[in-house]
Design a protein around this ligand. Structure first.
Ligand code: SF4
Length: 387
């Protein structure tokens, strides 16, 4: 029973928030007044959820937060997750044996170039507009050798990464994304409101590279009036540090609900600004990838742009999320949650959990409505969802 929503989108990416606690107070995310609201679950519970979902076609698991590295036991959790095989290996219990079943798994999506970007912030483009090359049918996608390891990624603010990068890699983590919104230490403090954080994060990035966590991405949320002058310095940083820097358009998911279209630095603006520094060449990429990718003309350094506001990508969304308190969110902008953990607490079997999940995914939203008259804010803010 492979997971698809009613729009035919294959759901292959799971994001699990393992805590909504965070050691940073970034201005675009937190007002700084609200602490953790929902609490954490035992890793065994997240593991069971992941195991059932991997059996339903999930091939990528990303650990998020709050700040996931605040959770003691995260390395062991990664080690257990690494025993899962897409659609196959289902260890009987957490930390227990690993009986293997041979089943099929996902074929790498074909890379296609995106049409030339349009100009400026306009009403949200209709993501259901058919692209020239529709995705291959779901049944065509899942052929190939299922023994591929699960692709396990983690998103962190990097503050605790320097000491954990190697143990996480050894446990089976594939890749890491570090959230960093300035390469100027003073600006960094102004955004995160945590003194001395910049050096910690830089050390974490370098430790991740030494450990071989790859690809190594750095995500920067751009806000007009705060850090749009960091675009070119981040281009240089990508080349010097050998990391992929991805710029993210600011989304209305912050605690203070202060978002406005005018604060969004759009994809077109970012490209225009970076071109003042060095020409870029677009890199073809899979449709379900959230970022558009670009390489500098001399081949040194890569950037990405995640443009959910000016160039939404909902039409190919392959993601669902589990919150730190065990609720399924089918979209970042969902206005309600679905309590998977409650099903577990009432003693549901794996098959009953799978049925519940299939029913929830069938209701997955078609797209977000940011900037539209009927836009309704998400029922949770980003720190309590997990990105
Ligand atoms: S806004 Fe929702 S539907 Fe669109 S890409 Fe994000 S999670 Fe998917």
């Amino acid at each position: 029973m492979l997971l698809h929503d009613k729009f035919g989108r294959a759901i292959t990416d799971l994001r699990i928030s393992i805590t909504d606690r965070c050691n940073y107070k970034c201005v675009y995310c937190r007002t700084g007044n609200e602490g953790a609201l929902y609490g954490d679950l035992p890793f065994e519970d997240y593991f069971r959820m992941a195991r059932v979902l991997v059996g339903m076609g999930i091939t990528k698991v990303r650990l998020t937060g709050g700040e996931p590295l605040l959770r003691k036991g995260v390395v062991e959790f990664v080690r257990e997750l690494a025993k899962l095989r897409p659609q196959g290996l289902k260890p009987s219990s957490y930390g227990g044996g690993n009986g293997t079943l041979r089943l099929r798994s996902g074929q790498a999506p074909e890379a296609v170039p995106f049409p030339t970007p349009t100009v400026g912030l306009k009403a949200v483009a209709d993501p259901t507009v058919a692209d020239p090359m529709p995705d291959p049918k779901p049944e065509q996608q899942r052929t190939g050798d299922f023994s591929d390891p699960l692709d396990i990624a983690l998103t962190t603010n990097g503050h605790l990464l320097a000491d954990l990068a190697q143990p996480l890699k050894d446990a089976g983590l594939t890749r890491v994304t570090v959230s960093m919104d300035a390469v100027d230490p003073d600006r960094f403090v102004r955004i995160t409101r945590v003194p001395g954080g910049y050096d910690h994060v830089l050390a974490g990035i370098r430790a991740a590279r030494r450990a071989g966590l790859w690809p190594l991405k750095v995500n920067c949320v751009l806000m007009r009036g705060f850090n749009e002058d960091q675009i070119i310095p981040f281009g240089m940083f990508a080349r010097e540090e050998g990391v992929t820097v991805r710029f993210i358009e600011f989304m209305p998911l912050e605690e203070g609900r202060t978002w406005a279209p005018t604060t969004v630095v759009t994809l077109d603006e970012i490209l225009a600004r970076m071109a003042e520094y060095r020409p870029l060449v677009e890199i073809p990429h899979a449709r379900s990838e959230t970022a558009r990718r670009y390489r500098f003309d001399d081949g040194v350094g890569e950037i990405g742009i995640i443009a959910p506001v000016s160039h939404p990508f909902c039409g190919h969304c392959s993601r669902i999320r589990i919150t730190s308190d065990g609720k399924i969110r089918t979209c970042l902008f969902s206005v309600w949650d679905h309590d998977l953990h409650a099903q577990m607490r009432r003693g549901a079997s794996d098959d009953e959990l799978a049925e519940f999940i299939q029913g929830v995914v069938a209701k997955k939203e078609e797209r977000h409505h940011i900037g539209e008259p009927d836009f309704v804010p998400a029922s949770r803010t980003m720190v309590h969802i997990g990105g």
